[in-house]
Design a protein around this ligand. Structure first.
Ligand code: SF4
Ligand code: SF4
Length: 365
């Protein structure tokens, strides 16, 4: 781990990221020569303003080159309804959010193809899925550097390495499999009939005249309504969130163990906001910038991430204040989302892809 502060010349975030990736344990994972190292990040959505700054991804690109590798930046296109144009949206978001090839100084590819469904079915262990459709680039990559912008997440509790690999490395069919059957429930008593959720449901599943009506066969379980409702009238039952978390863990296990990848994970605890990057707006951060973490173990990395956010002070005038969790040591992710992040960590550990017991090495800088 390395902290976020850059009080002196030479301690910039760019230097810190490069320093982390050059730690021998990580650098030796990067293939040298002509084989690609795919840097998997999230290009975010147009309207989101707290995404990882492109210059920080470029720092990873340069570090991979200095190690002797051949970097390519990749992301999957979003989980979107039939009839939409995921490839067009991917290019639009990449350009508008600043992830142009010129800015990255690197080639950039859609991991799941222009139509969103390029990929391969991969068997999983566990009882939830049987298998998932993994994006083509992820299937074929020998080495991945998975870069995650840590945020809250309405279905998993938090977004970090495990959700980035277990959900965001799938093609559209795989993502639909993870979300399938999840249906939010509506709390009539708190709904003020503002109709906001009607406008923002990407799948057209919410209609009505003031009172929302959910057409179940149109609902994808995407979770957008949970975040857009100002009254938090849409909720996910605990058992549904647990199902989502188990599926994410199984899918991550398929990629890590079945496909046997070399993977370095980087979690960025900068701009930790309530909305993950797939949403198209972003609130102010609810904890201070904490720094950068790297590991080859996604469970350990996320366990430390969740613990650091718990120990951090909440930011005044943020979602942490609204949720009454300003004090150090109060669980922030669960208070904001209603979902316990520890369940995902426990299940991922059971799937054999890492351990929550770990040692944290803090680098000076
Ligand atoms: S989860 Fe909510 S926003 Fe997403 S498709 Fe279902 S009703 Fe619409
Ligand atoms: S956004 Fe929330 S408060 Fe507004 S109509 Fe939908 S459920 Fe009700």
């Amino acid at each position: 781990m390395v902290g976020a502060r850059a009080a002196q010349a030479g301690s910039s975030c760019l230097n810190k990221i490069a320093m982390l990736l050059k730690v021998p344990e990580f650098a030796e994972m990067i293939p040298t020569g002509k084989k690609n190292t795919f840097i998997k990040t999230n290009f975010s959505q147009v309207g989101y303003a707290r995404h990882i700054r492109p210059v920080l991804i470029r720092a990873i690109v340069e570090a991979v080159r200095e190690i002797g590798g051949k970097p390519v930046v990749t992301d999957t296109s979003g989980f979107s309804p039939k009839g939409s144009f995921p490839g067009d949206q991917w290019f639009e978001a990449a350009e508008l959010m600043g992830y142009s090839e010129a800015a990255l100084n690197c080639e950039r590819v859609i991991a799941n193809g222009y139509e969103g469904n390029d990929g391969e079915f991969v068997s999983t262990g566990g009882n939830e899925l049987g298998g998932v459709e993994v994006a083509r680039v992820i299937v074929e990559a020998e080495c991945l550097v998975v870069v995650s912008h840590v945020t809250a997440h309405p279905l998993a509790g938090y977004f970090g390495a495990l959700v980035n690999i277990g959900l965001e490395c799938l093609n559209n069919s795989g993502k639909a499999r993870i979300h399938g059957g999840l249906k939010p429930t509506w709390e009539e008593a708190v709904c003020d009939r503002c109709e906001t959720c009607f406008a923002y449901c990407p799948w057209g599943a919410l209609q009505g005249n003031g009172t929302p009506y959910l057409t179940e066969n149109l609902c994808s379980g995407c979770g957008m309504c949970l975040l857009v409702c100002p009254q938090r009238a849409w909720r996910l039952r605990c058992e549904q969130a647990a199902t989502f978390q188990r599926r994410v863990a199984e899918s991550a296990a398929a990629i890590v163990k079945t496909l046997n990848k070399k993977i370095v994970y980087l979690n960025f605890l900068l701009d930790v906001v309530p909305q993950p990057d797939r949403f198209f707006w972003s609130d102010v951060p609810f904890v201070p910038d904490l720094g950068f973490l790297a590991s080859t173990d996604p469970v350990a990395l996320d366990a430390v991430t969740v613990e650091l956010v718990r120990r951090a002070p909440g930011m005044p005038n943020s979602a942490a204040q609204e949720a009454g969790v300003l004090a150090c040591g109060q669980e922030k992710f669960k208070a904001l989302t209603g979902v316990d992040p520890l369940y995902l960590l426990t299940h991922a550990e059971k799937m054999g892809i890492g351990s929550r017991r770990c040692e944290v090495l803090v680098a000076e800088g």
